[in-house]
Design a protein around this ligand. Structure first.
Ligand SMILES: Nc1ncnc2c1ncn2[C@@H]1O[C@H](COP(=O)(O)OP(=O)(O)OP(=O)(O)O)[C@@H](O)[C@H]1O
Length: 252
């Protein structure tokens, strides 16, 4: 694996206008092609941190750098809600970022077809969002992120609203795509089981103020078959991370 840093956060703090300190001294260096999950209790600032990385929110103090690059890298963001345009077909939803970038029609058509094939949605190009299941909508949302060929994929609870079986299936599919594309992924989730299955590293946060309390390397090679979830190694990681989460939420 390439070991250049892709995202470096140094001493990042974030205060909202109401005086609330949401993030306190966040130091995090994420390598190229790493899959890093942020887990922590509700309100610990996971989304705030992801939005700062995406450039959707400003940090108050500290620094965000892009490894060896001077400019922000090519980013894509996937939200918990698939956020599709209900009046547009699957094809038009996926093609939206290319339309906004004024990409030529022939290039866009080919890129959309490739992205839909990657999420196994060929044949659904002319469907509307209301004709799709929750899992299919999320696949469309992932295809819309992939169509721009990002280097960095930021995902905010993308599978949080899905049932367990669909979530687990999409976890496996996402890992398959990541293995091919080698994006740098920052993945926010409440679900430590999902985080351990997917990630090279699980960063555990605590709240009030939001801070990092542990950074656990998941030293299990890829590909990770679904059976990994039933292994003793997996259970040991679950125990360790659950302990960090519990310690982070303990009342003083
Ligand atoms: N625009 C805002 N103004 C003031 N406070 C805010 C704003 N946005 C978020 N917050 C507060 O910042 C804290 C962190 O919110 P954030 O959404 O980042 O947490 P989170 O860990 O992602 O939570 P969840 O897991 O529930 O989505 C919360 O206390 C929230 O109320």
């Amino acid at each position: 694996m390439n070991s250049h840093p892709a995202i470096i956060l140094s001493h990042v703090c974030k205060d909202y206008a109401n005086g609330l300190r949401v993030l306190e001294d966040i130091n995090l260096s994420i390598q190229d092609a790493q899959f890093v999950s942020l887990v922590g209790p509700s309100g610990c600032g996971k989304s705030t941190l992801l939005r700062i990385i995406a450039g959707l929110g400003r940090l108050t103090t500290g620094q965000l750098c892009w490894g060896t690059q001077t400019a922000p890298r090519k980013l894509a963001f996937v939200f918990q809600d698939a956020a599709l345009m209900p009046w547009a077909t699957v094809q038009d939803n996926v093609g939206l970022p290319l339309k906004l970038a004024r990409t030529s029609k022939s290039v866009a058509t080919a890129a959309v077809a490739e992205a839909l094939a990657m999420v196994d949605l060929q044949g659904f190009e002319q469907c509307y969002p209301q004709q799709l299941s929750g899992g299919m909508k999320m696949r469309v949302s992932i295809a819309r992120a992939m169509v721009t060929k990002p280097e960095i994929l930021l995902m905010d609870e993308p599978f949080g609203a899905l049932d367990e079986i669909t979530r687990s299936k999409l976890n496996t599919e996402l890992l398959g795509l990541w293995t091919q594309k080698q994006w740098t992924v920052v993945f926010v989730t409440h679900n430590l089981y999902e985080a351990i299955y997917l990630s090279n590293r699980v960063v555990v946060m605590a709240a009030h103020p939001g801070r990092i309390v542990a950074d656990v390397a998941i030293e299990v090679p890829y590909p990770r078959p679904p059976e990994f979830r039933a292994s003793t190694v997996y259970s040991a990681y679950c125990r360790t991370i659950a302990q960090y989460l519990a310690a982070g939420t303990a009342q003083p």
